[in-house]
Design a protein around this ligand. Structure first.
Ligand code: ADP
Ligand code: MG
Length: 274
């Protein structure tokens, strides 16, 4: 049973993901770097949350702590009701594979495997008929039904990211963590990928946490959290403020718009170090 680690879901983890007072410090004493200074983030099931903020504000650290890839130095991280902060390495590795989906800017597909094999990679007993059927359904959903036997190298960037999304969804994870999923894509292809993430939330009940620099990408989310210097400093709803409102808040925090030149004067305020 690959759903082993999922039992606590029925124990009533109210939130897909619940971070309370999360801190992450690198090093000690005077030279310590405080990547996160006490962050509270709750993700309801079936929600789409974007995280923005200047370079160095803690976005990747937040995503990695949420996904069990990094360990907080303080506070609590609950994934579907399970506290993962103090979990042993083996359990954490299993939980990451079974209950977290990952989408990266660089796709991270294994080049020697077919698309279908890549999608099945997180499945513990890959190759079972049920899993293969689910992989087929997901590949059809992301528009790759006829590419199941292709290798990643034969696909365009957008197709690779769509395969990565199918892989992220294969275990029906508690949360899908996406770090700049559209960072390597042209705007039209980025839209396709964002529409797929949106669809996974709306139609499959997926919960998505996405880091992005792009206000237009963030606008696909239900809400946008802004980080500055290791703290969540603001939260907006795209349907209320629009892309322009999101971009304006990024500028106010000293963050760059995509394609904007981020010179040394571009990083300022909130003690942010590039
Ligand atoms: P972002 O993704 O928003 O650019 P990060 O989460 O990568 O920010 O980093 C937040 C802060 O933590 C930065 O100041 C960064 O330099 C620091 N940091 C991240 N990882 C380490 C590390 N392994 N050692 C020391 N400092 C780190
Ligand atoms: Mg980062």
């Amino acid at each position: 049973m690959r759903d082993n680690g999922r039992d606590s879901r029925s124990e009533g983890g109210e939130w897909a993901l619940d971070l309370v007072g999360v801190t992450r410090r690198h090093g000690r004493g005077a030279r310590a770097v405080h990547a996160l200074r006490g962050v509270d983030v709750r993700l309801a099931r079936g929600s789409f949350t974007a995280v923005m903020g200047p370079s160095g504000s803690g976005k990747s650290t937040l995503l990695q702590c949420a996904a069990g890839l990094d360990r907080p130095t303080g506070g609590s991280v609950r994934l579907g009701g399970t506290e993962i902060g103090a979990m042993g390495e083996r359990r954490l590795t299993r939980l990451r594979r079974d209950r977290v989906g990952f989408v990266f800017q660089s796709f991270n597909l294994l080049p020697t495997l077919t698309v279908e094999q890549n999608v099945l990679l997180p499945v513990r007993l890959a190759g079972g008929a049920r899993d293969r059927e689910r992989a087929r359904r997901l590949l059809a959903r992301v528009g790759l039904a006829d590419r199941a036997r292709s290798r990643p190298g034969e696909l365009s960037g957008g197709q690779r990211q769509r395969a990565a999304i199918a892989r992220a969804l294969i275990t029906d994870p508690e949360v899908v963590c996406a770090d700049e999923p559209t960072g390597a894509l042209d705007p039209a292809t980025a839209e396709d990928v964002l529409a797929l993430l949106r669809g996974a939330v709306a139609e499959l009940g997926a919960t998505v946490l996405m880091v992005t620099h792009d206000p237009a990408a963030a606008a696909w989310a239900d809400r946008v959290l802004f980080l500055a210097d290791g703290l969540v400093v603001e939260e907006v709803r795209p349907d209320a403020v629009g892309v322009a409102g999101i971009a304006g808040r990024m500028r106010a925090l000293g963050g760059a718009r995509p394609g904007a030149r981020l010179g040394t004067t571009g990083v300022r305020g909130a003690g942010v170090a590039g």
